[in-house]
Ligand binder design. Structure first.
Ligand code: NAI
Length: 250
């Protein structure tokens, strides 16, 4: 018996990285899980891949409808799909600002809006948003991305307040730099990938990257009925990056 037996979850960006790890963990613990992703073809059984672009309202509605048609209900939404952006405030043009905010912020609104009627009917409804350390700490060369995640954090708290009467809990996880295909792609583009990885590891007090599985554990906790009194909270999974100030090693 798993703690998610009988519950249905939809994970956006569930074909890769943190989303895939969360989807697998929820399924291991008894949930029926749909992965809503641009790359739904990559999703393997027992996960149910559903083609979805979170920037397209029709695509989102069709994906949520497909989940409910297949499983008969929807209890948990993990709003995890996200894209990055690099540079200072001077480096991204308006089109790039709109593109990133459309995926990272408005995407959460679209998916949540489509899911709400179903979540309201669940006795164990939960939304978990994937936020970031970039929402709470100034990180160089991440102006647009950080703004998007700051919005995710504020949206999480606002949604949590709005949906207490509906019995829907809304929380977020704030990962530090995590060892996912996204970061592998970033490292591959660096002049010296090995040095860049070491610099990212050194930025986190534990001296290593966070794993996707560690973030998934926090997502599963917040999504689970066991967290029934937690709403409007953020869980840091960041190797101590947000709150610790260590003395230099050596
Ligand atoms: P990833 O690139 O491995 O996976 C992201 C997934 O989202 C991909 O499967 C992609 O196809 C999907 N996706 C992208 N745009 C989409 C769209 N418009 N509609 C539907 N699906 C879409 O990335 P990763 O690292 O697993 O990141 C997941 C989340 O975690 C993101 O929100 C990211 O901002 C956040 N995060 C990642 C950190 C890291 O260091 N990897 C650190 C903090 C937060």
């Amino acid at each position: 018996m798993g703690d998610f037996d009988g519950l249905v979850a939809a994970v956006t960006g569930g074909a890769s990285g943190i989303g895939l790890a969360a989807a697998q963990l929820l399924a291991d613990r008894g949930a029926q899980v749909a992965c809503l992703d641009l790359n739904a073809a990559d999703v393997k059984d027992p996960l149910y891949g559903v083609a979805c672009d979170v920037t397209d309202g029709r695509s989102v509605q069709a994906a949520v409808d497909a989940v409910v048609e297949r499983f008969g209900r929807l209890d948990i939404v993990v709003n995890n799909a996200g894209i990055g952006a690099q540079g200072t405030v001077a480096d991204n043009d308006d089109a790039e600002w709109h593109r990133v905010l459309d995926v990272n912020v408005v995407g959460i609104a679209r998916v949540s809006r489509a899911a709400l009627p179903h979540l309201r009917q669940s006795g164990a409804a939960a939304i978990v948003n994937t936020c970031s350390i970039a929402a709470t700490a100034g990180i160089p060369q991440r102006a647009l991305y950080s703004a998007s995640k700051g919005a995710v954090r504020a949206l999480t708290f606002a949604m949590a307040a709005d949906h207490v009467p509906d019995g829907i809990r809304v929380n977020c996880v704030n990962p530090g730099t995590a060892d996912t295909p996204w970061v592998a792609r970033l490292l591959a583009k660096a002049d010296d990938p090995e040095a860049e990885r070491k610099a990212l590891e050194a930025r986190q007090p534990m001296g290593r990257l966070v794993s996707a599985d560690e973030v998934a554990q926090a997502i599963a906790y917040l999504a689970s009925p066991a967290a029934g009194s937690s709403t409007g909270v953020e869980v840091c999974v960041d190797g101590g990056m947000q709150n610790l100030r260590l003395r230099p090693r050596g």
